[in-house]
Design a binder for this molecule. Sequence first.
Ligand code: NAD
Length: 356
Amino acid sequence: MKIAVLPGDGIGPEIVVEAVKVLRALNLPFEMETAPVGGAAYAALGHPLPASTLKLAQDADAILFGAVGDWKYDTLDRHLRPEQAILGLRKHLGLFANFRPAICYPELVSASSLKPELVAGLDILIIRELTGDIYFGQPRGRRIATDGHFPDAEEAFDTMRYSRPEIERIAHVAFQAARKRSKRVTSVDKANVLETFQFWKDIVTEVSQQYPDVALDHMYVDNAAMQLVKAPKKFDVIVTGNMFGDILSDEASMLTGSIGMLPSASLDANNKGLYEPSHGSAPDIAGQGIANPLATILSAAMMLRFSLNQEAAAQRIENAVKSVLAQGLRTPDIYSDGTTRVSTIEMGNAVVNAMR
Ligand code: NAD
């Protein structure tokens, strides 16, 4: 089982090393190879996604990814910015289906910003389309003024676009995932205003006819954003486009207590995947040893389940995470009175000990 390990920037290396520690403790025949990505790769090799890193990812059975991005690269040309690495990996590897489960562990009910009764028992799955929409639409760019009054660009634009096959395949992923859960899908769109999302809605409805056992409803994204904080347990599987999914999944993360708890899997058509925490590189806390490594450790568990066919090992990690939370161990982002504050490394060690 070949795993490409891409730690990236900011807290990426700190949290990935903990997930690698947990994977090694399983004593399974993993071959793990590390490569730079994002700002770290730009600094070392002049490109956020060097050919050698892309090749390692292409040859691997699965990819464990930390996070990319740092404010110090904000002035670079867009194609050289660290974030282009993750977009490039998704596009080159065809990772179109992003699974973001948002589960509120009973021990973290009080860490959520919502009332305990709203989040206790919460278990929703956001499925975000990952290789289309406005993040990849063409044309994109800026129009330069011609009258000489504006030395700079006068306007900027990005094109929102989805094709039929792109919507069909993510809809199938959502309906199939719902079949393993409570058989309900909410498709989130903005069909009232955007042509792209009327098309989305029509095609999701069409695909739903192949899944008569799954109930489908549609919701506008503005309403979905509201319902997620009003009555989040009403949802089960949410399927949506790239940009709406980006925003709604971060919103959902706070229901669970912290974005540091939320894992994710990005899969291609054959279940090869890239596994990363839902959060970014958190440059504000990098190097302080306080980042929560659990989202990355739980992403490693998803990797074992979806790409490496190691369900028992995945459950071992997930049970160990539940156990450290039950022991009251908390990184600062999920700390509350009466619990024990631990560092990133101590949290990783505790998960390894709980597995034993
Ligand atoms: P962020 O997710 O990095 O951080 C948001 C807030 O959450 C910060 O206060 C941070 O300290 C906190 N946080 C995040 N992860 C945490 C963890 N594991 N433990 C404790 N606290 C945590 O988002 P941002 O600040 O908007 O972006 C920072 C950089 O990350 C930017 O360059 C952005 O482009 C990049 N980014 C990368 C990815 C990715 O690599 N897939 C995703 C999102 C953002």
